[in-house]
Design a protein around this ligand. Sequence first.
Ligand SMILES: CC(C)(COP(=O)(O)OP(=O)(O)OC[C@H]1O[C@@H](n2cnc3c(N)ncnc32)[C@H](O)[C@@H]1OP(=O)(O)O)[C@@H](O)C(=O)NCCC(=O)NCCS
Length: 394
Amino acid sequence: MTLPHYDKKLNVRPVAAEDLAQARAVAGRAFGEHCEKWYPEPARTLGGFDGNGQLVSVLEFQLETLWWGAARVPGAAVGGVATDPASHGKGCGGGLMVQTIHYLRDQGACITPLWPFSFRWYGKFGWACPGPVLKLKAWPDLVRQTGARPGSMRQATGADAAAVQRLYTRGARLRNGQTVRSAAYWEKPRTLAQIQVIEGPRGALRASAQVSIAARDGAQGRRVRVREMHGDSFSDQLCLLRSLAELEGITLLELNLPAESPFVHAFAEQCDMVLSHEGASRVLDVKQALEALKAPKDLRASFGLEVADWVVQPKKPLAFAVQVEDGEVQVKEGAGRQALCCDINTFTRLFSGGLSTGKARQLGWLQGGGKAQDAACDALLHGRVPYRSEVEMG
Ligand SMILES: CC(C)(COP(=O)(O)OP(=O)(O)OC[C@H]1O[C@@H](n2cnc3c(N)ncnc32)[C@H](O)[C@@H]1OP(=O)(O)O)[C@@H](O)C(=O)NCCC(=O)NCCS
């Protein structure tokens, strides 16, 4: 592989309070936006400083933990990546990404999600799309035709925080890559203002959705965008959708969903669905990411793994022996013979659960190993759909 060009001498460190004005000015020029409120915490803002000590590139990160089934994997979401246009194309952005990978590893993060402007650009540094998300457009009549009845829908209050948290956590643990949120997240006034809930017979919450409603561009009526939906069952979610469809003036419903959502099958007429290649992730620490997993109790599996990660270990692939027993994943140095071989981009997709070893081989992204190693790797990693809500930072 030819290594991307990047500035190896760029000095990357958390910015000082006095650097914030320059960081925001750089972002403002790079994004062509007002960025006066960006990068609220200097300790979570990494600046790239050139040989003259001038801040030329910047990004923000947030340490957070992500659900992988029952396991919590420490991670760090990255956003607001910018280089001063006067320094574009000189490797300042690349230098910032490379040093950020090392910095976040030192902070104990095993995986880093972001919303990429270009998969090609971030792909050079190891990021890849762990799996598509589903964007579905439906019309109120289509929702009525399902026969679902509207429920008693209302805006959430602070008293609902624990119940919404329960609904969210249940759904998040069925997938890989969603943020572990605390009940405090659902108490924020800005969040509460966006949440609609459906109550069951005894006042218990059956479903919740984070929604935004706006006038449609160039069309009559208003559209409701469901940015996240959580429910005890599919029929509870459908009931919430029907209730949203009955809000005054709604002519379009847009849903952002995990790719395996039952909504794919819910409608009896034509509707629009797009599988969208949007979010990207990168495993920062292969060993710790694997060890953080909680394997099924009855799974016994072992395989060798060679992962080419030129940022973390430039000269030779990372090599590990992975052993799964009694629900624990043990990872030792050294892959042995018949190791599965791939790059860090492919490993990130395998780890996220959306890509099987068979598909990776079809794509030409996985070599080595054999049937037994493929089966062992899939038994540990493959299955739960990777999903990251667009509400999350990145
Ligand atoms: C993206 C950005 C940070 C890159 O910064 P930079 O310092 O110019 O990056 P580098 O010099 O390390 O890399 C430049 C390389 O990226 C490539 N590149 C630039 N824009 C690109 C794009 N839209 N898609 C793919 N590649 C792109 C250049 O062709 C160059 O390629 P090369 O390495 O083969 O010569 C900068 O262009 C920027 O601030 N853009 C506006 C804000 C933005 O979109 N940020 C990303 C948000 S996710």
